[in-house]
Design a protein around this ligand. Sequence first.
Ligand SMILES: [Mn+2]
Length: 319
Amino acid sequence: MDKQFILDKILEYKKIIIHMHARPDGDCYGAGFGLKNILKESFPEKEVYLVGETADYVSFIGEPDIIPDETYQGALSIVVDTATHERVADQRYSLGEYVIKIDHHLPVDQYGDYQYVDTSRPATAQIILEFYIEFSNILKLNMAAARALYTGIITDTGRFKYRSVTSDTFKAVAHLLDFGLDFTSVLSILDVKSENQLKLQGYVLQNFEKTSNGVAYIKMTPEIIKKYEVTLEEATSLVNELSVLQDCPVWMLFAEYENNIVRARLRSKGPAIDKLANKYDGGGHPMACGANLGNWESVEKILIDADLLVKEYKENKKV
Ligand SMILES: [Mn+2]
């Protein structure tokens, strides 16, 4: 992996199109808009676009561009924060003349011409920030980029709480504060919840269930989402409400996505859960994964497997 190689490719191309994953999260937006703003600030003569889906709760960072197919001619495509080819939000990324993947998820498939994957980084936004720091003699930061990168890092680290955070995370973020970023203004936007979201949070706290060995879970059915008038993203972001429950080192949230496909968000502060996620057509990080269950019946199956995982974990801890 070579950051210099990526810089050389950026310098070589006049047109750069950045791509994100479907249902973008804060890190995906942060890394994407962070990179876009750094490139626009550094190279005003280049055409730099970011395409993909919108995400309301981080829309303060920016809005994706809408571009015709022709724009891809002779362009460099850079896909951020996306482990697999299918997850790229706009499949036209492959129309680019050269494709670079920049990511921090465990590599599942190696799409693109060049892959920069660093799983030691808690956020792709941190990789982008470190890219800027390494070449700050050539690259320029602006406030839009600083806000985006900070958002990416704090959302993917749960406000610097996850195990994946290292001293490098703080060293990188220190550059944003030195630049003059008012980080409290970012936090105050991210922490705002609508009345409906807050009430749904109450619903989760009142209605979660748990398995006999300690897997906490909540089923976010379409009926509930409709009743509380929240978006799917708002509803599923509540998974970590269950992170504080005593004796439950693994917790999950189940929800129905497009075409009635049921997916799970899996989280752990005990046993690694990525192999469990792999078994259910999913993956991610050892402590945070997604899985495709297909239907509500499969929820019971993954709960049985997860319960066994927690049982073994607790038994091993006693020894
Ligand atoms: Mn990420």
